[in-house]
Write a protein that binds this ligand. Structure first.
Ligand code: AMP
Length: 215
């Protein structure tokens, strides 16, 4: 059983890198941001609570985040382990997490703010199936259309200059202290997120002592 957390500023490749790990090691991939986006898209009560906060690039309240994470992990559909991304985002969430679950490692994807800006503003999502695109690194074959389902590609509502600035501020102010908490427990593996995705994946595996990815 492997239990990992992946951390890094927006656009550092958390989703992509966790998907590669999840696929090869049968880990359940849990993205707190995706869970909230699902609620917004499906107009649930939680969706109504978080929609505006998310669109402004601000953090959702800790009580709600913790109950969503607890509910997700209580499903126990993670026989071989999990990799969770987008959580914890501040000191309180980190303490809650450490009290409730044992973890084996925290992957920290390190990316300079300038590169974050460049990547995030080029990010697109399929409005139908949710697949991720990037106009720099992963362009669709036909402009603005998903290669898989033909759905229209859209920007995330929070991928704007303004929301990005708020998220970067939050990240540096609140999430860095989380890394310090994990560092004290010697859980943190820092990986340079600038190289292309396969090279980053190999570096993660080396640090975690896992067998290499076979593309
Ligand atoms: P992400 O996809 O991880 O960038 O998350 C998108 C948005 O969901 C964030 O900007 C927050 O509004 C909200 N969110 C996701 N995870 C958390 C968390 N751990 N704590 C508070 N808000 C979160």
């Amino acid at each position: 059983m492997r239990k990992y957390v992946i951390m890094g500023v927006q656009g550092s490749g958390k989703g992509t890198q966790s998907a590669l790990l999840a696929q090869d090691f049968d880990l359940t991939q849990i993205s707190v941001g995706d869970i909230f986006r699902w609620h917004v898209q499906n107009h649930t009560k939680i969706g109504a609570q978080v929609r505006r906060v998310m669109a402004a690039g601000e953090l959702v309240g800790d009580d709600l985040v913790e109950s969503v994470v607890r509910q997700r992990l209580d499903q126990h559909d993670w026989n071989y382990g999990f990799i969770i991304d987008g959580f914890p985002r501040n000191r309180r969430q980190a303490e809650f997490f450490l009290e409730s679950y044992d973890i084996d490692g925290v992957v920290h994807l390190d990316l300079p703010d300038e590169e974050v800006r460049r990547r995030v503003l080029a990010r697109r999502l399929c409005s139908r199936c949710g697949l991720d695109y990037n106009l720099i690194a992963h362009r669709p074959e036909v402009a603005d259309r998903c290669d898989v389902c033909g759905g229209e590609l859209v920007s995330r509502e929070d991928d704007t200059e303004e929301a990005l600035a708020a998220r970067l501020r939050d990240y540096h102010g609140k999430t860095n202290p989380v890394l310090d908490i994990f560092r004290r427990k010697e859980f943190v593996f820092t990986v340079d997120a600038r190289p292309e995705r396969t090279a980053v994946q190999q570096a993660i595996r080396e640090q975690l002592g896992l067998p290499p990815h076979q593309p």
